[in-house]
Design a protein around this ligand. Structure first.
Ligand code: SF4
Ligand code: SF4
Length: 95
């Protein structure tokens, strides 16, 4: 488990939904490999689980997909931070 600082994340948690869908086919953030902690006042942090933890699956980098789902569906400029931390290509944002 690694915690990353972020100055760009807005705390929308779309990445948690996207990741849980990748692993389970349903939107269940508690199964996500990524967790957003913090608050608008304190700022947000990205927690990435590289190994299974409780009900959470390990991040597999969305192997086999053109772009990791957490990055693809992040609506904020935090996409660039996710790409830096997780890796994988950064495609143009879907519209
Ligand atoms: S790259 Fe990792 S954290 Fe991001 S959606 Fe895929 S499995 Fe989840
Ligand atoms: S990283 Fe992106 S998708 Fe995840 S909570 Fe922050 S702004 Fe939302």
């Amino acid at each position: 488990m690694t915690t990353f600082e972020t100055t760009l994340c807005t705390g929308c948690r779309t990445c948690e939904l996207a990741c849980s869908y990748h692993h389970t086919g349903v939107f269940q953030p508690s199964k996500s490999s990524i967790e957003i902690t913090g608050s608008p006042k304190e700022g947000f942090k990205l927690v990435l689980f590289e190994a299974p933890h409780d009900n959470r699956a390990a991040c597999d980098g969305c192997r086999g997909l053109e772009e990791p789902l957490c990055i693809r569906f992040c609506p904020a400029v935090a996409r660039s931070e996710l790409q830096e931390y997780i890796g994988g290509p950064l495609e143009p944002h879907p519209v």
